[in-house]
Design a protein around this ligand. Structure first.
Ligand SMILES: [Fe+2]
Length: 135
């Protein structure tokens, strides 16, 4: 059984997929069941540079930033993407990043003033999740 918006990874080839709609079956890749990726929500002793945080800029509006401290954006260690998810899971947005780019995602005003969540993936440290409780 898979659930909407879950992430799965193939431990053989590294493929990462996301479920668009719930399903009864199990996902396979390279002949093996794919691993469900569960996002981490607390940093522990790694520093505070992975959990997505919601910030506000008077000119550009609300944006998602990866971590309270800047995350490295080198070829070897970087943020692959940020995904915004509305609380009702009816609206999502995905922004990919390359090395050298700043991992920030500005939100369109059409997403409304509801509680929001964001996930991000670091190529070395996996999937992380943060929430915005302001609304
Ligand atoms: Fe990282």
């Amino acid at each position: 059984m898979t659930n909407k918006l879950e992430f799965y990874r193939c431990s053989v080839c590294g493929n990462v997929v996301q479920v668009l709609l719930d399903g009864e079956g199990e996902l396979f890749c390279c002949g093996e069941a794919m691993e469900l990726l569960k996002p981490k929500t607390t940093e522990g002793d790694m520093g505070e540079y992975h959990v997505p945080v919601f910030m506000h800029d008077d000119e550009k509006g609300t944006f998602i930033q990866v971590g309270k401290e800047p995350h490295p954006m080198t070829e070897e260690h970087h943020i692959e993407f940020i995904q915004f998810i509305s609380e009702d899971k009816k609206c999502t947005g995905l922004h990919y990043f390359g090395s050298g780019e700043e991992p920030k995602m500005y939100l369109n005003k059409s997403v409304g003033n509801q509680k929001k969540c964001a996930v991000e993936m670091c190529n070395l440290h996996g999937l992380w999740k943060g929430e915005n409780d302001e609304y």
